[in-house]
Design a protein around this ligand. Structure first.
Ligand code: BDR
Ligand code: CA
Length: 385
């Protein structure tokens, strides 16, 4: 099993990515570290509890579904509050897309939800171990206490927590981290937060600089252990809502026992369909009847690419199972009037910019068809068939 830390700002696609992780026996979820991002840090924290509560209620009524979530019982993740804002400057969130609660306004829209959601009471969820440590402290502690190069750090929100962990003890993080898989940035495609920036990198471009593009070669995460999943590869991975209804919703249905208080649906189906409602309305406004699977691609990539002891020495991480990597040179704009969070790609002779100086070699995974709809129906939503 791959020990993973999931750093997240849930967020509708984050939640589906988390459901994928909970349904994936390949992973051992050590921790959830939440941060500001799509919503504020407290709502992010509450949303992890909501996911656990939704699964708990579901399994209460459908105990036969237990084997669909091997990590719900098999892992005891620690839950930590991480950054409440970026390293510098003001907080930007994505309420316009994810709703004020980060989950498509699920609680206001669906007072009928029978989830007994109690955001402030982690004791409700014996599978989760709450901690008062900061996200960065917890990450560092786990990286120290697990075998060197074993942990994959899956970053699904702003990179702020990882930047803080590096500030606390860069040598340990650099030496012992197995792999970082990060959803963020837009290289050769338009942004999704204004014309040029992707949301996670827009939300804290300073953290991106420290984690991925440091001015000193001995700082940041070593690039042979960093996989970037930018919008270039995540946007083309879509889940049409028609397929959700036809293929995924029925997969979540079960005839084992009647549903309770959830509009006639099993609780988990009701939960996922409910928080996707607003996403669908917004995407229809963009002319797409589909959801983009940003964070899901990052978890999928982490499942397929466990850390390897020896990276082969070409400065690139080793990717498997049809995933391909591409070297790019870029830097990040932190303060631009119009360009905050933009990845400025250097398309000139790359030798002018040695890695670790102003630009970096990074790896962008561009195999677009791994997570096709069949794969999603069978694996990426909260069931394994
Ligand atoms: C990223 O930003 C967030 O809105 C999503 O959760 C994803 O992590 C996509 O740009
Ligand atoms: Ca996210």
């Amino acid at each position: 099993k791959i020990p993973v830390i999931i750093d997240t700002d849930p967020g509708v696609d984050d939640v589906i990515a988390i459901l994928l992780a909970l349904a994936s026996p390949e992973l051992d979820i050590l921790a959830f570290i939440v941060s500001f991002g799509n919503t504020d840090v407290n709502a992010s924290y509450a949303n992890i509890l909501k996911v656990y509560q939704a699964i708990s209620v579901h399994l209460e009524h459908h105990p036969d579904d237990k084997n669909r979530f091997p990590n719900f019982f098999g892992s005891n993740p620690i839950l930590a509050r991480g950054a409440s804002g970026p390293l510098h400057g003001e907080i930007h969130s994505a309420h316009y897309f994810h709703g004020r609660d980060g989950l498509g306004g699920i609680t206001e829209r669906h007072p009928d939800l029978d989830l007994k959601i109690s955001a402030g009471n982690p004791a409700l969820h014996p599978q989760l171990i709450p901690t008062d440590k900061s996200g960065a402290e917890l990450a560092l502690e786990l990286i120290r206490s697990h075998p060197a190069r074993s942990i994959t750090y899956i970053a699904l929100g702003p990179l702020t927590n990882l930047a803080w962990a590096l500030r606390l003890d860069a040598a340990t993080v650099r030496e012992r981290i197995g792999l970082v898989v990060c959803m963020g940035g837009a290289l050769d495609v338009p942004g999704n937060t204004g014309p040029v920036a992707e949301f996670n990198f827009f939300a804290d471009p300073y953290a991106v600089k420290e984690v991925l593009l440091p001015s000193h070669p001995d700082a940041g995460i070593p690039l042979d252990r960093f996989i970037l999943a930018p919008l270039d590869i995540t946007t083309p991975h879509e889940l049409p809502f028609s397929i959700y209804k036809e293929k995924v919703d029925p997969l979540l249905e079960t005839s084992a026992s009647p549903s309770v208080g959830t509009c006639g649906k099993p609780p988990l189906t009701h939960f996922t369909s409910s928080f996707l409602e607003m996403t669908r309305e917004i995407m229809l406004g963009f002319g797409k009847d589909a959801m983009e699977l940003h964070d899901i691609v990052a978890v999928w990539c982490a499942i397929d690419n466990p850390p390897v002891a020896d990276e082969g020495g070409d400065g690139m991480p080793t990717l498997r199972k049809g995933w391909k990597s591409l070297k790019r040179m870029f830097d990040i704009e932190r303060t631009g009037e119009l360009t905050r969070g933009m990845l400025v790609v250097d398309r000139r002779d790359q030798t002018a910019y040695p890695p670790g100086a102003n630009c970096a070699e990074v790896q962008a995974e561009l195999e677009r068809h791994l997570l096709d709809h069949d794969a999603l129906g069978s694996t990426a939503l909260p069931v394994q068939v």
